[in-house]
Design a protein around this ligand. Structure first.
Ligand code: GMT
Length: 380
């Protein structure tokens, strides 16, 4: 098949999932055309069957807000027509689903019929999308999609709750490629962060308020009081300053490394003993899955789709939102004993394999085939 994938090119989970999906499809012989405003960060080097089309919005003095959606729709028309695509798969509803719908209508006028699938990732529904300034357009575009997927049952029910959706929504969870995680790094790498054999606790996010990174620092303060530990904070975003201030206030700076954005989070995860994700809302929690794939147990909240991923008492623990003590006690339970930690690490790795690309990719391919057949039958 020839598939167009529309995505955000950034570090966010939706872009990561879309890129890894495209790479996996290409490896299996499909031709994949990525469409975005920048080269996706996880795309990597020149690879067979992969093409990248950049959406370039021209500057014009009239535009206080450059019309990205219109340029994206025009780009999609061009790519579908000249690369003879069979299907578009857009990741993150805003504004990709409505741009795909516009492209579909323009092409239909020319006798070209292209189906599009929308994958909902989370904040496009739970934060941004339900805002009244987006809701009518999002509802329309979801209803006009030839198929809709959500990355968790939780996101599916949130979507039905917040929007008047007439379309069916299939749940296809996020995935990892197990071969990307491991083998374990040189001992020296871990020693450079934990020279006295301290435990390494890690958090990775975009430091937006929904991630509650300050809770990570508060939990760390309590855990490091009982178990010698180091904290690695990976990522960057609006709350970074507040987090730095809190580290100073709680006097945890000496044991904390704020590393910034990393293209390969698996490198940090490979030396980590525990991952903390105290999010207010998380439709899935790809960062937690990546941690588990590296054999790192997860302390997370029980919000959104996290309980569908993190099995309480097995791959880590779940806590109610904001319950710092609960998260700290659970962290200590995992970290205090070498044998217990080893068991949690093995469990986390085992749980991650339920979300391996080998299990999830066939779900997407099956959906692509069903949608293509359905569209052809409607036209016949
Ligand atoms: O987490 C973010 O803020 C980024 C956002 C995105 O769109 O990339 O992540 C969402 O999509 C990921 C991939 O499906 C999910 O794993 C994240 O849970 C989800 N984020 C939220 O729901 C807050």
């Amino acid at each position: 098949m020839k598939i167009g994938i529309v995505l955000y090119p950034t570090f966010g989970g939706s872009g990561v999932v879309a890129t890894e999906l495209g790479k996996a499809l290409a490896q299996r012989g499909h031709e994949v055309h990525f469409v975005s405003y920048n080269q996706p960060v996880r795309l990597g080097s020149f690879t067979q069957n992969i093409y990248y089309h950049e959406v370039i919005v021209s500057e014009y003095p009239l535009f206080d807000y450059p019309p990205y959606e219109t340029v994206l729709a025009s780009k999609l028309v061009d790519v579908v027509k000249f690369e003879k695509l069979d299907l578009l798969h857009v990741h993150y509803a805003i504004p990709h689903a409505s741009a795909a719908y516009m492209a579909q209508q323009i092409l239909a006028d020319e006798g070209i019929h292209i189906p599009f699938i929308t994958t909902l990732h989370g904040t496009d529904i739970t934060l941004v999308g339900k805002d009244k300034s987006f809701a009518p357009a999002i509802t329309f575009a979801i209803n006009k999609s030839n198929a809709v997927t959500a990355v968790s049952e939780s996101l599916k029910s949130d979507t039905y709750e917040h929007f008047e959706i007439k379309n069916g929504i299939e749940v296809i969870p996020n995935f990892i490629c197990p071969e990307h995680y491991g083998p374990k790094p040189e001992k020296n790498f871990k020693n450079s962060y934990a020279p006295n054999g301290e435990r390494i606790i890690t958090h990775i996010s975009n430091f937006r308020s929904v991630k509650r990174v300050e809770d990570v620092v508060r939990v760390f303060k309590k855990v490091s009081g009982k178990i010698p530990s180091k904290l690695l904070l990976v990522g960057d975003g609006p709350d970074r300053r507040k987090v730095e201030d809190l580290c100073r206030e709680l006097r945890t700076c000496g044991d904390t490394h704020i590393i910034g954005k990393l293209k390969k989070p698996e490198e940090v995860l490979s030396i980590s003993d525990l991952f903390i994700l105290p999010s207010q809302k998380e439709s899935f929690g790809l960062a937690a899955l990546e941690a588990m794939a590296s054999g790192v147990p997860v302390i997370s909240t029980n919000s959104g789709g996290l309980p569908e991923l993190n099995v309480d008492g097995f791959s880590g623990f779940l806590s109610p939102l904001g319950h710092i003590n609960h998260m700290a006690e659970n962290s200590i339970k995992v970290l205090k004993d070498e044998a217990v930690l080893g068991q949690f690490k093995a469990n986390a790795k085992a749980r991650s394999l339920d979300f391996s690309i080998q299990k999830i990719l066939p779900m997407y391919i099956d959906l692509y085939n069903r949608v293509s057949v359905r569209v052809k039958e409607t036209l016949a």
